[in-house]
Design a protein. Sequence first.
Length: 555
Amino acid sequence: MPVHLSRNLTDFQSKIGSADRNRLFVVDFYADWCGPCRFIAPIVEQFSSRFTNATFLKVNVDNSPDISRQYGIRAMPTFVLIKEGREMERIQGANPQALELAISRHYSSAPANPNAATDREKRFLQQFVPYVDRVKLYSDIVYKTLAISLIPADDLRQQATDEHGVLNRFQLAKGLLDWFKNEFFSWCDSPVCESCGYQTMKGAGLKGTPTIEERESGADRVEIYNCSCGQEVRFPRYNDPAKLLETRKGRCGEWANCFGLMASAMDFDVRFIYDVTDHVWIELWIPEFDNWVHCDPCENAIDKPLLYEKGWGKNLSYVIAFGTDHVYDVTWRYVVDTRKTLKLRNKVRESALSNFLSKLNSRAGADITPTRAKELRRRRVRELVEFLVVGERRDDGNIYGGRVSGDKEWRMARQELGCSSSQEPTVITLNQEEISNKKFSLEYNCAQDCYTRGSETIKGWATYANRKGSIQRKQESDWKMTYLCRDENEKEAEVCYPLRKGSTELVLDDVPAAVLKINVTFSGGTGNNAFQHAQLFRTPSDSPESQMKIDIELA
């Protein structure tokens, strides 16, 4: 093998860190003006041809002082032998026999498994290991019994059953997701003090040590908050889904974990999805689609896999699915541009990742039946075919926005508010049918969060509305009411419905402005809930009526 020249410390460390455990590095620290260095250089070239499972590197001490300082080089030539990231031996001076003996002592002719992870890669991969066992709790019969006792299962199934008595599993998943989000679980930016009843300061949590009881419920970390009343308030980050049935609060990890158990109790096949950029969610197997479907409980979002990149503005790199009996890489379901994503996947070699996940998959599915194994293989093949998209994915037609769960400052710090502010404003353009009929009609039902435009039904209040500031659709589980209001900590926000006829703005004879715009401004209010005091479209959560109706007849 040729002798390679290393010019900087970053490149040098990258070569050392990415090697397998049997790879020996022979590093020749030399100088152009050094006579002994020139003498031994051709001999080192010969050694590189003989010892093919070793990597020979040259470092010019004058051009690469950072590497030289790292190894304390004082004389030239100096040969440093490195294996598994550690210095094994060093030889000073141009002594071919001593160098050959040193190489022979540490050299291994048999390469290690080329797919085996290096130490650096292992540190990255280790984060995936705990989820294999955690997800198995979803199939625990006691846990499922506890969960089903808390779910209005009969009502949810009835709502998802059509007039022919056929249960629609996708509609059941939507109903379960909506109930979980709006009636069962709650978000916790910071805990409420049990002594005074006030919420502790957001973002002020300190790292604490879990108690024995907290550890028994799966808490491997705890946040400590100091209340203004002087009390210390603990927020254990529980990983036991049964414990979460009791606490019913948390952030995205607790939301996904508890919802995963709930869905399993409702006889869904469940996956826990882990994204290394710090988010988690759930996938459910939907028979009607013959596919795994994205479900994010804290966002109340279903079948919107591009939410995180197109809505939140994230750049995903590694997204791993943990089923109760399998582990797979599902990154490609959640990314817009595969070429861009490939460039971001630089934490571990693809071969090492595949080898590692294959081992986790074997461990997770050690006890499955042949029938189940066959079904999982069928699903995986179908999934891989779905992932075969080169370049940028087509627009899926969904309307995406930034993250809605969590305090705005927290979402802003995580850069998950999305990029709506930089997008082109929405303008309602009359279609040819509306122009021909000389009539435009648009209705909005806040309870169902859908527009009706002619015979078409469109989901999502933001589909037709422009907004300035942050606006949310709020559902009150206690009062059973739904409405639009500004986000917490937002002093003022505005929603606007601009209308356009064909390629020109809609101009009405009796409207003085050139463009018809319907604007609503949210402002005012007092106290911690000031953001809720200005509301739009407030209605009972089960209301079938529209709260907004726009009818325009064209002359």
